[in-house]
Design a protein around this ligand. Structure first.
Ligand code: 13P
Ligand code: ZN
Length: 288
């Protein structure tokens, strides 16, 4: 006798996450998507893993050719395409789904959800490719979150998109930023969403960063658990809020290079800081 999937901790956790994201204004309408790598044995307590409901091609907005075979057999809880975040907690079976990546890497078995014929997010390629990239650098990696927080989105309209400069500005907006994301943030220029191409570009950035910004669109955050990925996005969005509150007014007091170095020593960030920032000539030029 299988347990009720609606009571599964991983379903409840994603429902809570979607509602929190919605209330923070990060996910208007169907904006944003979540993918969560599940433990097969745990899912097996709730679902018959030998009885998939249907098989669907892996796809973006349109059918795509990306190869997810490195994730073959892995099971993900993924928000449905076109589904509103505000509704997830009230009807998880329609707004969420659980898929297992097929051996061919081109299709997935739907094990639960997407009631009424739905399918995974149109950003499935970017999510799966990001999982592949993060799992290579961090075998505990489990979650990828995409959303559209207003302040970081606004900042991509007015700030230089150079990664070192963008990261430096975010670090300056609050003392804890460099502690929370010492590697900085990856930045992509505007690209067409829902495609393999933006998936490849996002995954490439995910080799170095847990946060990737999509200019004029939103943000990707990855982590070992929900709290880590959520907390990263929350911290970046807070920094961007401070940036927008300053709004071009003269800055009279900021966090200096010396202060950053004190923080690096205090929190042993030597281990994790991507020193490319410090060796980057543009970063160095900023200090002059
Ligand atoms: P989906 O509804 O397909 O998940 O797309 C929302 C989104 O944010 C696209 O980038
Ligand atoms: Zn989006």
């Amino acid at each position: 006798m299988k347990k009720n999937i609606l009571e599964a901790p991983f379903v409840k956790e994603i429902c809570r996450l979607a509602s929190n994201m919605y209330r923070l204004g990060w996910d208007e309408r169907n904006g944003g998507n979540i993918s969560y790598l599940l433990d097969e044995a745990e899912v097996g307590e709730y679902l018959d893993l030998d009885k998939p409901l249907r098989v669907i091609p892996n796809s973006g907005v349109h059918p795509t050719g990306f190869d997810a075979s490195p994730l073959a057999g892995k099971i993900f809880l993924v928000t449905g395409t076109g589904r509103y975040f505000k509704n997830v907690e009230y009807d998880p079976e329609t707004n969420l789904g659980i898929v297992r990546i097929c051996q061919d890497g081109k299709s997935s078995e739907v094990l639960w959800g997407y009631k009424g014929g739905g399918r995974p997010s149109s950003e499935f390629p970017a999510h799966m490719m990001s999982h592949m990239a993060r799992l290579k650098v961090d075998p505990k990696q489990r979650i990828v979150i995409h959303c559209h927080p207003s302040n970081i989105l606004a900042m991509t309209y007015v700030h230089d998109l150079d990664e070192a400069k963008f990261s430096h500005t975010l670090w300056e907006m609050s003392t804890e930023c460099i502690v929370v994301f010492p590697e900085g943030v990856g930045v992509l220029p505007w690209m067409l969403c829902g495609t393999d191409e933006i998936g490849v570009a996002t995954a490439k950035k995910m080799e170095d960063f847990r946060i990737v910004l999509w200019t004029n669109h939103g943000i990707y955050g990855a982590g070992d658990d929900v709290d880590e990925a959520f907390g990263l996005i929350e911290t970046v969005e807070k920094a961007a809020t401070i940036y927008n509150l300053i709004g071009g007014r003269e800055i009279k007091n900021t966090i200096s290079e010396e202060n950053f170095l004190e923080l690096i020593k205090q929190f042993s960030l030597e281990k994790v800081v991507n020193y490319s920032f410090f060796n980057n000539p543009e970063y160095r030029a900023l200090k002059k």
